[in-house]
Write a new protein. Structure first.
Length: 94
């Protein structure tokens, strides 16, 4: 996951003076990004669900569907939180 973040930052660097902890500046920067800048984070979240679900289903004692569902819900909650903080394009909400 970290590799995806660093790769994305290398491909689409943040302008000087913009810091992720400054919500207004970060939102303004995100609004200028091309759609391709959102592909890698999307794929990272997808991989997170797949790998997390596989690991949870192999290691957990509950039914695999339950464990995969929990991983999926946690990932969706994280994605919604990220979307609320960064104001991505509308298609990212889908």
């Amino acid at each position: 996951m970290r590799a995806a973040v660093w790769t994305n930052l290398a491909l689409f660097p943040m302008p000087a003076g913009v810091h992720p902890s400054d919500p207004e500046a970060f939102r303004a920067h995100v609004a200028t990004l091309p759609p391709a800048a959102f592909l890698l984070p999307f794929l990272a979240h997808f991989a997170q669900v797949v790998v997390g679900g596989l690991v949870a289903s192999k290691l957990g004692k509950a039914p695999p569907r339950t464990l995969v569902g929990i991983i999926g819900v946690l990932t969706v909650m994280g994605s919604v939180t990220t979307n609320l903080q960064s104001a991505p394009p509308a298609w990212m909400w889908i």
